[in-house]
Design a binder for this molecule. Sequence first.
Ligand SMILES: [Zn+2]
Length: 277
Amino acid sequence: MPELPEVETVSQGIKSKLLNQKIINVVVKRRDLRFRMDPNLEKKITNTKIISVDRRAKYILIHLDNNLTVIIHLGMSGRVSIEDLNSNEIEFKHTHLQIITNNKKKFKFIDPRRFGSILLCDSKKLNNHKLIKNLAPEPLSKLFTKNYLFDRLKGRKADIKSIIMNQSIVVGVGNIYASESLFTAQIRPSRQARFLSLVDCDMLVKSIKKVLKRSIKLGGSSINDHSLVDGNLGFFQREFQVYGKEGEFCSKKTCQSKILRIVIAQRSSFYCKKCQK
Ligand SMILES: [Zn+2]
């Protein structure tokens, strides 16, 4: 499942190829995604211009000049491909939406499992949209600080890994980035959240930001279906320290310990028992 860096790289890719372009043709092949696509989507977005592209949590937001915003969620297996119109077209199975823009690009939304979604929203009401309005702070924003996290952990007996993956505390951090950030912060994933000190929270917040930024820079992690809009892959998986590394030696040279796997909240968690306390 794509996490924040993967969605961010797709959002940046859409922006770099389609910003300020006019949508000249729209074809919907399947509307029954996780949420049903607007029956008039084609009419509503044809002949509009893309005026900005950004992201909130794991939603890609494409803002149009008619006060509509297209909200794209990649779900489990969704991806976006943008090709030159006259290139040898790659025929993707499970292409549910196709958009042609006036700079001769073809945008495709591909989603074999159809847990993704494409929704339309009045741009002015976006912050009140049911999917957007209750979202917690962005991890890369100034709102996500050691004090914020420390306050949210008070009295919580849940393990810290589940807490940082909890979308009502901070958005976009999934299994991969939670495991990697906890290693960087030297905090064991199973530690009870309420026992983290302010110093621990400082380390963890800094680690989450650092790991996410590094992954975005490398195009995200291409271990599932993630690829960039031009079909290239992300490379952050090459820098994993613990995720998927059960039985391998810890990457800290002085450590000599092996990476362990435990299951927390039905998800595999990877850590070094010597480096993470
Ligand atoms: Zn270690």
